[in-house]
Ligand binder design. Sequence first.
Ligand code: FES
Length: 113
Amino acid sequence: MTPPAVGQCREFSLPWQEGGIEGFVVATSTGHYAYLNRCPHTGAPLNWQPEQFLNFDNDMIQCALHGALFRIEDGHCLHGPCQGQALQALPLRYEQGQLVIELEKNKQKDSMC
Ligand code: FES
């Protein structure tokens, strides 16, 4: 996928095993970070609207349902009902200017995006 610009987020869906994975990428001045779109509190999607995952100040990921706040760089919940838990990070790499999410499945790697 094309990397989002700093301060922006991008959602994606990946085919995975018998279902799929819903995730998102956040871009900051320090890099890109990818997570499952699932709050550790209830498993609900995090976004407010399509591509909208950040709080008003654009410095934390915020769950739209109960307002938990997550540090962008490591997904740790710093405030809210799931404080101390973390978002599930997805492995991310750059390839020829594109972002690639790489999931391992029985030692066989599936490159996606
Ligand atoms: S579902 Fe995310 S804080 Fe409750």
